[in-house]
Design a protein around this ligand. Structure first.
Ligand code: SF4
Length: 323
C-alpha cells in the first residue's frame, strides 16, 4: 500500500512570462483568422504544441517554410537581427514574441560591442537564445562549463554577460574568475529574475518534503539546475518530462509528503497531472481514491488562475487544424 498523503507544488512555477507572452501572441494571431507559424517550437512540450495546433498554429524550422502573407511568431528566446530582415524582405508579418528581458540583453550586447569590450557570454552554445544573442555580438566568446574558462584570453577591457537561464552561482563564480583576466571588467548580471525566484521556491519546498519530482525537458538546463538544487537541499529528486514517465512507485516508498516543481517551459497544469499520478501510483488508499481532487487542490495552492499557462481559453476541438 502507498504512503503518500500530500503533494505540494512549488509556487511561482509554470511558464515564465516570456514564454506565456509568446504563446498568447501566437494564439491571438491565429484566433484573429491569420495563418500563423512559430519559428521553432515555442517550448518542447507535446501538450503545448498540440494546444497550439488546435488554435491553428504550426511551428516551422525556417522562414522558407512560411507561406507569403502568413504571420510568423518569434519565440521568447529571440533571434539574430538578420532573421527580421529576411522576414521583411519576404513581406511576412512578424509578431515579435522575444521576451523583454532578452531584448534588454540584446541591447546591452550591442552597446558593449560599440564600446569596444571583449565580450564573454556565459551560455549553452547552440541554445537558441545564445544563437540569437551572437547576432548582436558575433565576436563574443561563449563559455559554459568551468573546464572551458581557462580558454578565456587576457584582455585590457572585458565584459561579462550571461544567457538568462544560467544559474546565478555559476555566473558569480565566472565573474570572480574573470577579475584576473582583465584590467577593466564590466559585469552585466542578466540572469533572469524568474529563474532566480523559481530556484528559491524550489529550494524552499525541497527542504519541507521527503522527495521531489522535477518536471521539464530532458535537455532543459534550467530544469537540470532545479534537480541539482533539490539534491543540494538534501532531498532526493526524480527528473521527468511528464506524468507518463512516472511508473515506478519505489522512490515514494515510505514517503508521506512529496514536492513537485517544473522548469520555465513546463505548464503548471502538467505539475497538477504529475501530482495526480503520484497519488495514483503511491498514495494511501484515501489519497488514491481522491487523486483528482487532491491534485487540483495542490494546483490551487500553488497558483491563482491568472498565474496559469495562458490567458486565452481553448478553442473547441472541432476548430482544430486550420493553418
Ligand atoms: S526565462 Fe526569463 S528571460 Fe527567459 S523567456 Fe522566461 S522570463 Fe524571459
Amino acid at each position: 500500500m502507498g504512503t503518500v498523503e500530500t503533494v505540494r507544488i512549488a509556487k511561482r512555477t509554470g511558464f515564465c512570462y516570456g514564454v506565456r507572452e509568446a504563446i498568447d501572441k501566437a494564439k491571438e494571431s491565429a484566433a484573429g483568422g491569420k495563418a500563423t507559424h512559430t519559428l521553432g517550437q515555442v517550448v518542447h512540450n507535446e501538450g503545448v504544441i498540440q494546444n497550439l495546433l488546435d488554435f491553428g498554429v504550426r511551428s516551422v524550422e525556417s522562414l522558407d517554410d512560411v507561406n507569403n502573407g502568413a504571420a510568423v511568431v518569434i519565440r521568447a528566446h529571440g533571434v539574430k537581427p538578420e532573421v527580421f530582415e529576411r522576414a521583411e524582405e519576404r513581406g511576412l508579418e512578424v509578431i515579435d514574441g522575444t521576451c523583454t528581458w532578452v531584448v534588454a540583453e540584446q541591447r546591452q550586447l550591442r552597446e558593449l560591442v560599440a564600446e569596444g569590450y571583449t565580450i564573454v557570454l556565459l551560455g549553452t552554445p547552440k541554445h537558441p537564445e545564445v544563437v540569437g544573442l551572437l547576432g548582436f555580438a558575433p565576436d563574443a566568446i561563449v563559455v559554459d562549463e568551468e573546464a572551458d574558462w581557462v580558454n578565456i584570453p587576457r584582455r585590457k577591457r572585458m565584459a561579462l554577460i550571461t544567457q538568462s537561464t544560467q544559474p546565478p552561482w555559476k555566473f558569480e563564480k565566472l565573474a570572480a574568475f574573470m577579475v584576473s583576466r582583465a584590467h577593466e571588467l564590466k559585469i552585466l548580471n542578466t540572469v533572469c529574475p524568474v529563474t532566480i525566484r523559481r530556484q528559491e521556491d524550489t529550494l524552499e519546498l525541497a527542504r519541507e518534503v521527503e522527495v521531489m519530482v522535477v518536471v521539464g525537458g530532458r535537455h532543459s538546463a534550467n530544469t537540470k539546475e532545479l534537480t541539482r538544487l533539490c539534491e543540494i537541499a538534501g532531498t532526493h529528486a526524480i527528473q521527468i518530462e511528464n506524468a507518463r514517465d512516472l511508473d515506478d512507485p519505489s522512490p515514494f516508498d515510505g514517503k508521506r509528503v512529496v514536492g513537485v516543481t517544473g522548469g520555465t517551459s513546463t505548464p503548471i497544469e502538467d505539475l497538477r497531472d504529475v501530482a495526480e499520478r503520484i497519488f495514483e501510483l503511491a498514495g494511501t488508499d484515501a489519497a488514491r481514491a481522491d487523486a483528482v481532487a487532491l491534485a487540483e487542490q495542490a494546483l490551487d495552492a500553488a497558483a491563482t488562475p491568472a498565474g496559469r499557462t495562458t490567458s486565452l481559453p481553448n478553442p473547441p476541438r472541432a476548430a482544430a487544424g486550420a493553418a
